[in-house]
Design a protein around this ligand. Structure first.
Ligand SMILES: *Cc1c(COP(=O)(O)O)cnc(C)c1O
Length: 413
């Protein structure tokens, strides 16, 4: 295969280029136009010089772009950039974070296989594994996020995948990635880690032995709340042999425009994550001092039960999501108080998205985790008084004042 026929030329960066540099430059191929900003290839198909060449390309005898459900140059730029940041040899972009998990499960597993998953992962992940994949004969066992022995005890001869997320949404529980990788590999299974909350700027699960990394590009990778996107990072050979064929047939493909937005978003990832997690730590410390707050959940606080593990796995103070329980008793009363706090804010956006530069505030029990049964919610530790703040780039004093307005509302009531 000649160099010109290769699908996308590689960027010639020094091998030791660091994350902030990779986030700006990896994936931008040298082109005949010399553009300094990544091109958006809004095209569904690609033209071939003649019928015989088209035939060879469709037979995978010659590498070329053919159809954007299979691959697209803008999507490939985004995949190369994200793989470089995560430290994996490959990456496949997907239409959403959930379709990344769907692709992973459909690519790696078959009916009769068994998955072990943390019971504290993203709500839709639990639904997908239990309700959807369960109908296709893939069984899942949900175990404690933090108790490694439960994961080991759940192993079966047909266990093929361990699935974790760290920190979790919204309680920011940490799992021991290296310990879970050891358990998975000892049993001939893979470990996948959903790295949405930290992003590779703060945590690189492959360094602790994870095989596959899941991303919702919708969150910190885009960073400005514009598009839905996702990706699976992992070993290129497994992605190509197991996942890509499923994506070509099933079409959970990432759209070029969304890939382009995420690609440009990643350029500011490192500096946003630093600033947002610094803001989050200040806010978490302040919340912990407020009498109307019963508990603050944030890995950067010394009071977090897994503070030491978090600081070993993540850099800085960790992710920028802070959750807190309002003080009080009784599910109905707590829900009413949480609603009062949320409704009194004027700066925070009342929305469930996170990873946005605009700070968002939400009530997990009735929104992101509202579809779970009460038993599933209790298992995940999500009470009616819980409020989640996904800290953005708003001025920290404005954020404190905003939440003070909220807490004042329940002090007076
Ligand atoms: C949002 C989210 C997802 C799902 O991503 P979508 O892009 O919304 O499909 C998966 N995992 C975590 C941790 C998330 O926060």
């Amino acid at each position: 295969m000649s160099e010109t026929k290769k699908r996308l030329p590689r960027v010639d960066l020094p091998a030791d280029a660091r994350l902030a540099t990779l986030a700006l430059r990896e994936g931008l191929p040298p082109s005949q136009w010399g553009e300094n900003s990544e091109a958006l290839y809004l095209t569904s198909s690609f033209v071939h010089p003649d019928a015989a060449t088209a035939a060879r390309r469709f037979a995978d005898e010659e590498e070329a772009f053919t159809y954007s459900r299979f691959s697209n140059p803008t999507v490939m730029m985004m995949e190369r950039r994200l793989a470089a940041l995560e430290g994996t040899s490959g990456c496949v972009g997907t239409a959403s974070g959930m379709s990344a998990i769907l692709l992973l499960v459909m690519g790696l597993l078959k009916g009769g296989d068994h998955v072990i998953c943390s019971q504290s992962v993203f709500g839709s992940t639990i639904k997908l594994l239990q309700d959807v994949m369960g109908r296709f004969g893939i069984e899942s066992t949900f175990v404690s996020q933090t108790n490694v022995d439960e994961w080991r005890a759940a192993l079966r001869p047909n266990t093929r995948l361990l699935f974790a997320e760290s920190p979790t949404n919204p309680l920011t529980e940490i799992c021991d990635i290296a310990a879970l990788a050891g358990i998975a590999h000892g049993a001939g299974a893979w470990l996948a880690v959903d790295n949405c909350f930290c992003s590779p700027a703060l945590q690189r699960p492959v360094e602790f032995g994870a095989d596959f990394i899941i991303h919702s590009g919708t969150k910190y990778l885009d960073g400005q709340g514009r598009v839905i996107a996702g990706a699976v990072c992992g070993p290129e050979d497994l992605l190509q042999s197991k996942l890509v064929p499923v994506m070509r047939s099933a079409g959970m493909t990432l759209a070029p425009f969304n890939a382009w937005v995420v690609l440009k978003g990643m350029e500011t990832l490192a500096i946003r994550m630093q600033a947002q997690s610094a803001n989050a730590l200040v806010l978490a410390r302040w919340l912990a001092e407020q009498p109307e707050v019963a508990r603050v959940h944030y890995p950067g606080l010394e009071s977090h039960p897994q503070h030491a593990l978090a600081m070993a796995q993540q850099s800085g103070s960790g992710a920028a999501v802070v959750s807190f329980d309002v003080a009080g008793e009784g599910a109905d009363a707590l829900r009413a108080r949480a609603f009062q706090v949320i409704d009194a804010t004027r700066v925070c956006s009342i929305t469930t998205n996170l990873g946005d530069t605009k700070t968002t505030i939400s009530h997990p029990a009735t929104t992101s985790h509202g579809r779970l049964s009460e038993a599933q919610r209790q298992a995940a530790g999500i009470q009616q008084g819980l409020i989640r703040v996904a800290v953005g780039l708003d001025d920290i004093d404005d954020l404190k004042a905003d939440l003070a307005r909220g807490l004042d509302a329940i002090r007076l009531s």
